[in-house]
Design a protein around this ligand. Structure first.
Ligand code: HEC
Length: 126
C-alpha cells in the first residue's frame, strides 16, 4: 500500500517535471547596429518599418500619437521627444517596441538594430 503510494507520487512528480519546463525555442539573435560608416536613411529604411510592422494601424494622422504615417513620422517622433541622440538606447521610439517588449506591435531584431544605428548616426531626416 505504502509502496503504491510512493510509486504514484513518483509518477506524478515525473509528469510535473516533464511538463513544467517551457523552453523558449525561438531566441532572437542579438543584431549589432550597422557600421557607423554605413549610412542609414530614414525615409527609405526606417519609416517603412512602421507600416510593415502594423504600427500605422494605430499610429496615424488623427490616431494615437506619435503619427507614424509616411511623410509625418519624422516630425512627430522628434517633436514628441521620442528620439534621444545623446543616449540612443534611451530613445522611446527604439526601446518601446523592442522584440522582447510588451507593446502592441514590435520590431524584429534586425529592424531594432537599424533604428538604433540611425539614432547613433544623429537621427537625420535623410
Ligand atoms: C493596437 C494599436 C497600436 C499598435 C499596433 C502600435 N501602437 Fe504604439 N501605442 C499605442 C497606444 C494606445 C499608445 C499609448 C499607450 C502606451 O504607451 O502604451 C502607444 C504608445 C507608443 C509609443 C510611446 C509614445 C509616448 O508618447 O510615449 C511609441 C514610441 C509607440 N507606441 C510606437 C509604436 C511602434 C513603433 C509600433 C509598431 C512597431 C506601435 N507603436 C504599434 C497603440 C499601438
Amino acid at each position: 500500500m505504502r509502496r503504491k503510494f510512493i510509486y504514484t507520487i513518483g509518477i506524478l512528480a515525473a509528469i510535473v517535471f516533464a511538463t513544467s519546463c517551457q523552453y523558449k525555442f525561438i531566441v532572437e539573435p542579438v543584431v549589432p547596429p550597422p557600421d557607423p560608416g554605413d549610412t542609414v536613411y530614414y525615409s527609405q529604411e526606417i519609416e517603412p518599418i512602421y507600416s510593415t510592422q502594423g504600427c500605422t494601424g494605430c499610429h496615424n494622422t488623427g490616431g494615437t500619437q506619435p503619427d507614424l504615417s509616411a511623410g509625418n513620422s519624422y516630425n512627430s517622433i522628434t517633436s514628441m521627444g521620442l528620439v534621444d541622440v545623446g543616449d540612443p538606447v534611451a530613445s522611446k521610439i527604439y526601446y518601446y517596441p523592442l522584440p522582447d517588449g510588451s507593446h502592441f506591435a514590435k520590431y524584429t531584431s534586425v529592424q531594432a538594430a537599424l533604428i538604433l544605428g540611425w539614432i547613433e548616426q544623429g537621427a537625420n531626416d535623410n
